[in-house]
Structures are given as C-alpha cells and as structure tokens.
Design a protein around this ligand. Structure first.
Ligand code: TRP
Length: 461
C-alpha cells in the first residue's frame, strides 16, 4: 500500500532546498507590502494577535496537510488529489479542490503581478537616484504618478509576468535554487538593518505605542476574516502552491520539521517588516491606514535621506522584486504542472498559455486603478480590490478547509501517518490530527459565517 512514487517534474536536491523554495514562495509581497498595510487598516496589534492565532491554529496544521498530500501524490494538485482519492477509495470529485486552487492562483497572480511590477519600477527609480531628497509629499506623488498611468502600470506588469513565465517555463530548478539560496538570507539581513534604522527614528515611540495598544474595538467579523485571509495568503496556502512544492520534496525529509521552518521564517519576516515600517510611517507623518501604497510611500523617504540610501534602495527593491518573483513562480506552478502532465505539449507551451491568460486579467487589475477606476464589480470595490478579496479571503480559506477535511477525515490515518513518518512522536501526531480535524475547519467556518453575516441569520440575532 505504501509504494513510493517519484515526480515526473523532478525533485529538489535536498530538504533544505525545499525549505528555501517554499520560504521563497511564502515570503513575498504578502509580508512586506500586504501585512503592514492590513495592520495599519485594522487596528494595529489587535490584528497582529488574531493573525498569529490564525497562523498557529489554522495555517500550521494545514500547511502540513498540503505538503503531505503533495508528496504522497507527487503530481500537480489536481492529479494528486484525484490519485489519492482513487487509492483511498474516495470520491474523485476531490480533484475539484485542485481546480479551485488553480482558479485562485490565476486570480492572485493577476494582481500580484501588478504589485510586483510596482516593485520593479521602484527598483528602477532607486537605480536612477529618484529617491534623493524625497518628502512624504513627493513620495505620495511618485506612487500616485505610477498607479494613475495606464502605460507605466501595464509596462511593469508585463515585465514582471515575463520574468515569472521565463523561470517557470525553463523549469530550471538549479538556477532557481541557487538564486533562492543566495537571495533569501540577503533579504533577511537587509530587513534587520531596516529595523535597526527604524529604532533610531523619532517615530519609534509612536510606532511602539500603536503596535502595543491593541485597539480591540477596531475588530469585527471582517477584520477577523482579513486576518485569516492573510494567514493563508502569507503562507501560500489553500491553492496548491505548497502542495506542488511538496510533490518535489525528497522522501527522506521530515514534513513537520520543514514546514515548521517555513512558517517560522515567514512569520518572523512579516513581524520584522512591521517593525521596520511603522516607525518610518510615524516619523514622516503618514497615516498607518494608508492602504496598499503604504510601503511604497514610506521606504523611499528613508532611502533618499540616509547615507548609502541610494544603494540600499536599489538593493531593497531588487530584493522585494525577487521575493515577489519567487512567490509568483509558485502561483503559476500548479496550473503549469497540471497542463503539462495532462496534455503533454511541454512545459514551455503550458506556461505560455497560462501566463498569457493571467497577464490579461492582470491588465484589467492594473487599469482598474486608473482608466477603469469608475467601474465597480462589487459595491465600492474596483476590479483589483474585488479579485484580491475573493481570492484571498474566500477561495484560499475554502481551499484550506477542504485540505483539512481531506487529510483529517478522508484519507486513512495510516496513510497520513506513514507519509508524515511520525512513529516516534505519536502524541504530536495525534495533536496535529485533531487540530486539523476540528480546530482548523471550525475556525475557518466560524470566521466565514461571521463575516458574511450568515451566523447572525442562523442564530437569529
Ligand atoms: N505567500 C506569498 C506572499 O506572501 C504569495 C503567494 C505565493 C501565495 N504563492 C501563493 C498566496 C499561493 C496564496 C497562495 O507574498
């Protein structure tokens, strides 16, 4: 029953590479761009506490589940789910969870690529010395100038998508592996440097007050949903990205240990980003609730001011772009793996078709901030906001819920235990199993119903 398969797409050369690649997927714009602005918009540390609870009680158990499914199936998420369902005597419709993930990946990468394009643009501005003497007004002007220009947004979005396509199409795990190995530690060092700088600014005290005074009154169903959505988003969970990376994990490596590292590094990066950015926000007098432009309107001011700032600016935005690229790859991989597995025709063709479709949707996201800003899909939400909301706050948690139910209740416990290789840690296995069976699904359901108002309908209040 326990035959071991290998992946037709190849495998990582070691467990460490898996950790780096998956951390490369997890650490991205979600940590450095999305997390700080969500904290700013949603009551500061009250949001952080909820977010950490979601990571621990929902994210950690589900990431273990996703990698387990991936390595057991050794295929794209759609085909892994179908294969395991067949072997375990379950309904083949479980493959639909993989399809939902592919759709979520399409949606996320479309707006992700637009923001990845912003990062590239800022790298370019840093390179030509565009941050010199920057004030909060001119930083705002630079951001608005970019976002309101259809040609600039489309151009940088196209460049970002081309880079991601190029890497995924060539499937060069070697080049990719080496890049990740070199650049991830560098990103980390830079972030620590920024935190040290933040501590010395005059806004540090205000930032600490903001971060240490949880405003629980700012929390409501939507905030809790945003914290849950962010936990999924930042860990790349709920759409099969980590599952497909797990499919390439060598058999001898421990899933719980590897995923523990990934979750730890990702959480640390997000918190460091918060500590780096909020002191600057308060020093330059910006509002923490600034929204998606927050990071782009704060850091250039610093880089325009400090010694070696020009150089640091180039390095930082280059690394932000790299972090976005290594995440973007993992958003594309599940669909590309599926297409090339199921229809032959090769990886390049598969990657080209899917990238082109995502590019198109991304163009609509980019235009929704300027030429099409008057067009609303959901009330008060542009195309960009709608796609970000539906994918992160609805599709990802739903995908994660199904993953938890599948590994927790549907797969045979013996199959799961064998893949997790936990005979020496039986109690830990049982702890994981019951959190995955009960706590994680209950949390997702509760938060969902609460945010959509269905809970009050059900309880009649
Ligand atoms: N986790 C990445 C970030 O924080 C984004 C990402 C990559 C992602 N792959 C994903 C989000 C899969 C959701 C699902 O920037």
């Amino acid at each position: 029953m326990n035959e071991k398969r290998s992946s037709v797409h190849g495998e990582w050369s070691s467990g460490l590479i898996f950790i780096l690649a998956a951390t490369g997927s997890a650490v991205g714009l979600g940590n450095l761009w999305r997390f700080p602005y969500l904290v700013g918009e949603n009551g500061g540390s009250a949001f952080v506490i909820l977010y950490l609870a979601c990571i621990l009680l929902v994210g950690l158990p589900i990431i273990i589940g996703e990698v387990t499914i991936g390595r057991k199936g050794r295929r794209s998420p759609i085909n892994s789910l179908r294969l395991i369902a067949r072997e375990e005597g379950l309904n083949q419709k479980w493959a639909l969870v993989g399809w939902m993930g592919v759709i979520a990946g399409f949606l996320i990468l479309s707006f992700y690529s637009v923001v990845g394009g912003w990062s590239l643009y800022y790298g370019y501005e840093a390179l030509i010395g565009g941050f010199a003497g920057m004030t909060s007004d001119s930083a705002e002007g630079m951001f608005n100038g970019l976002v309101s220009s259809p040609s600039a947004v489309l151009g940088w979005h196209t460049l970002f998508m081309l880079i991601v396509f190029g890497i995924v199409a060539s499937g060069v795990k070697k080049g990719l592996q080496r890049a990740v190995t070199l650049l991830m530690p560098l990103l980390f060092i830079l972030l620590v440097g920024l935190v040290v700088y933040g501590v010395t600014t005059e806004g540090f005290g205000d930032a600490m007050t903001f971060l240490a005074t949880p405003d629980f009154s700012a929390l409501d169903g939507d905030t809790v949903l945003a914290a849950l959505g962010q936990a999924f988003f930042t860990l790349s969970l709920g759409m099969g990205a980590i599952m497909v990376y797990g499919a390439y994990l060598p058999q001898e490596n421990s899933i719980p240990v590897s995923t523990g590292w990934i979750v730890g590094m990702d959480t640390l990066t997000a918190l460091l980003a918060g500590f780096a950015i909020f002191p600057i926000v308060f020093t330059v007098g910006l509002e923490p609730g600034e929204g998606p432009g927050l990071v782009f309107q704060t850091l250039p001011i610093v880089f325009g001011e400090i010694t070696f700032g020009a150089l640091l600016g180039v390095v930082f935005f280059a690394l932000l772009s790299v972090a976005a690229i290594t995440s973007g790859m993992s958003l594309l991989e599940p669909a590309v793996a599926y297409l090339s597995e199921s229809f032959g025709g090769g990886r390049v063709k598969a990657a080209a078709i899917i990238s082109a479709l995502i590019w198109l949707l991304g163009a609509a996201c980019g235009l929704s901030m300027n030429a099409w800003s008057g067009f609303h899909l959901l009330p008060g939400m542009t195309i960009f906001n709608t796609i970000e909301f539906i994918s992160s706050n609805i599709l990802l948690p739903l995908g994660g819920l199904f993953v938890a139910l599948f590994v927790g209740w549907k797969m045979r416990t013996t199959t799961v235990a064998a893949e997790l290789d936990t005979h020496n840690h039986h109690n830990l296995f049982l702890l994981w199993l019951w959190v995955t069976r009960i706590v994680a699904p209950a949390a997702v359901l509760f938060i969902f119903l609460n945010a959509t108002g269905l809970l009050s309908v059900i309880t009649g209040e």
